[in-house]
Design a binder for this molecule. Structure first.
Ligand code: CS2
Length: 317
């Protein structure tokens, strides 16, 4: 074979095939977080099993879009995937149960909700009202309050400017507790704490650590006010455009991503508190009961009658 033909042949062989389906994924967290690592695992599986027909591109730290914007961009088919949960309350109310303060007690409750009628309803509404398909779920640790003055009791919150996600129940809760909640995208929190435009924020240990909040917050007040989960999601329109064999690969990889993330999550939970302490955060025990008591009524009253009914049933279980 003439040498130039051999050259051409090897060039064609080595040139990477263009993927048929590009899945652009907006992530809230940075590369160190278990959600990012789980999506990287998902990307690998999907690319390998589809033989390069699907490519999943990951954009950490909300650099592609902030959570609310990411959902809108997925609906418009500009991007394709993200993680979301209670923020979906802006589209349908039952999503509030993903992250309703003082409702779930532990991971057992959480799994009962996710796998029971509430979770089923949520996944249906997600497709119908938000055009998103859940590919699994990621369990999270309890959310705690961080600040630069110790908070032991709701009375200590007076006037405290606290960042909350763009989720109505969080605004209701922290207003009832006496603080000044300010909804804000996650990627703006670090700088806002640094500049003092907000004084506090609340998130699970993993997120506090991942975002480096120990650099700008001294106290980790163990409020444990919410236990929650999020869904890794893909746009329903985008999913429906995949041929059946690729849809199957996608769904199977979604399940594997969930299990992979869960292992990483459990592993991370073992060390993360010590890491935060080593970074200088001071852990504060709080009067949890007082927090729940002071806000429960306002939370309940902010729900529609239909959601109140589900809430009462869940509380009874
Ligand atoms: C995050 C989010 O922004 C945050 O603080 O912890 O994951 C939040 O829980 C979401 O908005 C859920 O949809």
């Amino acid at each position: 074979m003439p040498i130039f033909l051999i050259f051409l042949f090897t060039q064609c062989e080595t040139r990477k095939k263009e993927p048929e389906f590009l899945m652009r994924t907006a992530l809230l967290v940075n590369e160190g977080h278990t959600w990012y690592k789980a999506f990287a695992h998902f990307a690998e599986i999907v690319e390998e099993r589809s033989k390069g027909r699907i490519k999943v591109e990951l954009y950490p730290s909300e650099q592609l879009a902030k959570e609310i914007e990411a959902i809108r961009l997925i609906q418009a088919e500009v991007i394709d995937m993200t993680t979301t949960g209670s923020t979906l309350t802006n589209w349908f109310e039952v999503a509030t149960f993903c992250e309703l303060p003082f409702l779930m007690r532990d991971s057992t409750d959480m799994n009962r909700y996710i796998n029971g009628p509430v979770g089923k309803l949520m996944e249906e509404e997600m497709i119908k009202k938000a055009g998103l398909r859940a590919l699994g779920h990621f369990e999270r640790g309890p959310r705690h309050l961080t600040s630069n003055r110790p908070i032991r009791h709701p009375d200590d919150l007076k006037g405290l400017i606290i960042r909350v996600p763009n989720v109505p129940a969080f605004v209701t809760t922290w207003s009832a507790l006496g603080a000044k909640p300010t909804p804000m995208a996650f990627s703006e929190v670090f700088t806002s704490l640094q500049q003092g435009t907000i004084e506090a924020q609340e998130n699970p240990f993993a997120m506090i650590h991942n975002a480096g909040f120990s650099e700008v917050q001294k106290y980790l007040n163990l409020t444990g006010h919410v236990i929650s989960w999020v869904y890794p999601v893909v746009g329903e329109k985008q999913f429906q455009k995949l041929p059946p064999d690729l849809q199957e690969i996608f769904l199977q990889a979604g399940k594997e991503m969930q299990h992979y993330e869960h292992r990483l999550y459990l592993e991370n939970e073992k060390n993360v508190q010590n890491e935060l302490k080593a970074e200088g955060m001071q852990f504060i025990e709080v009067d949890k009961e007082a927090f729940a008591k002071k806000s429960e009524k306002a939370i309940y009253e902010s729900l529609s009658p239909e959601i109140q009914k589900i809430y009462k049933e869940l509380k009874k279980e």
